[in-house]
Design a protein around this ligand. Structure first.
Ligand SMILES: [Zn+2]
Length: 285
């Protein structure tokens, strides 16, 4: 599933080629996407120029100025790429925005958990994302808010990191990598973490995300950036997807354990459960 670095890479790839382009037409397939396109939106889109492209959490925000904003979510397997308009159509392309200068913006999604929405006016998209109750970007998280969020939680830290209402952008890959870098066991309860561990974890999350963005994200299966190129950070993963392999930092072995229905990958030697702490290894449902 694309996480923050993958979505950021799509945005950075699209910016130089899509800003200033004018949408000339929109067509969509028959199969329903989780975020289904409504053809009533086409009249707002057609003739509109792309002013800017930003990312908020895992959403791609395409600002069309006065008419409104297109929001794209990549779901599990979404790909948003630009291509020459005469380029053959791949399987699973569900949305096609025809642009001037002979270019297409195409949305491809095998599992159809993503899609695109249009929100009219300058603030429609902000209202939409407000409803989602998104927390701050990791780099914008205030340390006092972070400490309070963890201190007040009896959930495993891995589950807290995945909760987009607390902090946006981390999915399974980067939550596991952040916990490894901070040397914190994924089952430790939020309330069991010392302030210095909380601080170390936030710094680790930001640094893992920065490095992943610099490598254009991780391609585990389907992800490609906005130019169609795959990511490279999968080569640098320390624990995610490395069950049974040697830990790169000690003589231990990486293990996988299911926590609240999600796989967690970690090194039990580098990330011990604190003896006597409230992170006893007990799984909180
Ligand atoms: Zn280790």
């Amino acid at each position: 599933m694309p996480e923050l670095p993958e979505v950021e890479t799509v945005v950075r790839d699209l910016r130089p080629v899509l800003i200033g382009r004018v949408f000339l037409g929109v067509s969509h397939g028959e199969l329903k996407l989780r975020h289904a396109w409504n053809p009533d939106w086409n009249r707002f889109i057609i003739g509109s120029k792309v002013h800017s492209i930003e990312r908020r959490a895992k959403w791609i925000v395409i600002d069309l100025g006065a008419p409104g904003t297109v929001l794209v979510h990549l779901g599990m397997t979404g790909q948003l790429t630009t291509q020459p308009a005469d380029f053959p159509m791949a399987d699973h392309v569900h949305l096609r925005f025809q642009c001037d200068a002979g270019m297409d913006l195409r949305y491809r999604d095998i599992r159809r958990f993503g899609g695109a929405e249009f929100h009219a006016g300058p603030n429609g998209w902000k209202e939409r994302l407000k409803q989602a109750g998104l927390g701050p970007e990791p780099w914008d998280m205030k340390k006092s808010d972070w400490l309070a969020a963890l201190a007040g939680s009896r959930r495993p830290i891995k589950s807290i990191l995945l909760d987009q209402r607390v902090l946006v952008g981390l999915g399974n890959i980067y939550a596991d990598e952040s916990l490894f870098q901070a040397r914190i066991h994924p089952l430790r309860l939020g309330s069991s973490l010392q302030p210095k561990e909380c601080g170390r974890l936030l710094v680790s999350a930001c640094s893992v995300l920065d490095r992943a963005i610099a490598s254009r994200g991780s391609t585990i299966r389907d992800y490609v950036g906005g130019s169609g190129l795959r990511g490279g950070y999968q080569e640098s993963l320390a624990v995610y997807g490395r069950e049974g392999m040697d830990c790169g930092a000690c003589a231990g072995t990486v293990v996988r354990q299911v926590i609240s229905g999600r796989s967690a990958h970690f090194c039990p030697s580098c990330q011990p459960i604190e003896p006597g702490g409230s992170g006893s290894g007990h799984v909180v449902p």
